[in-house]
Write a protein that binds this ligand. Structure first.
Ligand code: FAD
Length: 379
């Protein structure tokens, strides 16, 4: 019998495997991954420094342990180079391997800025355990880190690096941190809190070039100023890995397009996690991929399940100013109503009929998360 094949051993691939094994313990399962095939929780990458955690400490299970737990074959450090929907097979190192059903859980790539200069190749990004190992090695004996991007991942790393004793500069062409997710007042709270702890913000400017200068790196910014750092971390966003699917003639948009049963445009090929676009959205967070994985496990086991998202607040791991946000769905008409309370910022996204479509809470006001989540109008 041809196996169920999953490409990817991130949270999406492994969550699916675990959920599916609860429903089907017999069908062969093969997981192919460019990683080492162990288990780790990716969100820990941006708050591990404060606790001094190494990559080895973040990896909680080896590939062999996962293979045993899932009754699966795990092919680590194995890149899949092509999908052949018409022959129901994939290619690995020139060899064709047949599947009964195929799940793409390939994640997303960090976006790279096309920067000039002799130090451009020294810019790091952290999107898996190997990246984290490289990042930790680069920080050894160093003090100054410049972060490109003041979004969720940039702010979390900024907070974590401060806690780890580094000096931090954050460069962002926008006007405030987390501008895509938060109303201005909540951004300001975060900006002030991280600023008090030592973050140097550089808003309204872009990095244009990075030059090596002895052991350091010199960033040239678009306003003509320069900034010296020991390590430059890029955190400007992720792009779903769609190339393999597109080359196989599978429909892709911002992600690999799937229906409510997580099926792509090709029969018996599914996609979940950061590489997938479900209900018109790529949602690169843990809660959506869990929901997708649970639904797909049922679909693969023969049930009529369909994807439906619960309310999925995003918790931002910035202890200097904890934030929980549930952004309104794209295109919903309304406005933020913001109160600055002694507990923190309490921002509600309300439509003209006073119905709640989203919220952003800071500090102690985050305690209201569950009660507000219950009042949200489903999108
Ligand atoms: C620093 C950081 C902090 C985060 N913090 C949070 C948070 O606090 N809360 C939250 O909800 N979300 C957070 N996220 C997002 C969340 O971690 C991701 O949405 C999630 O981990 C994505 O899982 P995935 O399995 O889809 O992708 P990945 O974990 O990227 O896994 C993709 C897998 O596919 C494999 N692969 C890709 N191409 C191939 C190929 N051709 N052949 C073989 N294998 C291949 C890779 O090797 C890998 O195993 C964070 C992300 C980052 C980077």
């Amino acid at each position: 019998m041809s196996p169920l094949i999953i490409i990817g051993s991130g949270l999406a691939g492994f969550t699916l495997a675990r959920e599916w094994r609860k429903l089907d313990s017999a069908t062969p399962l093969h997981i192919f991954t460019a990683d080492d095939g162990g288990f780790y929780s990716k969100p820990m990458l941006s708050n591990a420094m404060a606790g001094g955690k190494t990559a080895a400490q973040l990896a909680t299970k080896t590939a062999a342990q996962m293979a045993q737990e899932l009754n699966a074959e795990i092919h680590a450090h194995t890149l899949i180079s092509a999908i052949h929907p018409e022959r129901r097979s994939i290619t690995e190192n020139g060899k064709e391997i047949a599947y009964s059903r195929l799940v793409l859980a390939k994640g997303a790539d960090p976006i790279r800025l096309p920067l000039q200069g002799s130090g451009a190749d020294a810019i790091l990004s952290v999107n898996n355990l190997d990246d984290y190992t490289r990042f930790r090695a680069a920080l050894e004996g160093k003090k100054r880190v410049a972060i490109l991007g003041g979004g969720l991942i940039g702010c979390e790393f900024a907070n974590d690096l401060l806690a780890g004793g580094f000096s931090v500069d954050v460069i962002d062409p926008g006007t405030r941190p987390l501008a895509a997710l938060l109303p201005a007042e909540a951004s300001l709270k975060l900006q002030e809190a991280l600023g008090r702890q030592g973050v140097n913000w550089h808003f309204g400017v872009k990095a244009e070039a990075v030059e090596r200068s002895g052991n350091a790196l010199q960033l040239r910014l678009s306003d003509g100023s320069a900034l010296e750092a020991d390590v430059v971390l890029s955190a400007i966003g992720l792009r779903s890995r769609t190339t393999l699917a597109a080359a196989a003639g599978i429909q892709v948009n911002r992600g690999i397009v799937v229906d409510n049963r997580l099926q792509t445009s090709a029969p018996d090929i599914y996609a979940i996690g950061d590489c997938a676009e479900a209900q018109g959205k790529v949602l690169p967070y843990v809660m959506p991929l869990m929901q997708q994985a649970r639904t797909l496990a049922k679909v693969l086991a023969g049930s009529e399940a369909e994807l439906s998202y619960p309310v999925m607040p995003v918790v931002i791991k910035t202890p200097a100013c904890p934030i929980t946000v549930c952004p309104p769905a794209l295109g919903v008409e309304g406005q933020w109503k913001v109160e600055s309370t002694p507990a923190g910022v309490r921002a509600l996204f309300i439509d003209s009929a006073e119905r709640l479509h989203g919220f952003a809470l800071s500090e102690k006001a985050t305690a209201e998360k569950n009660s507000l989540a219950q009042q949200l109008i489903p999108s």
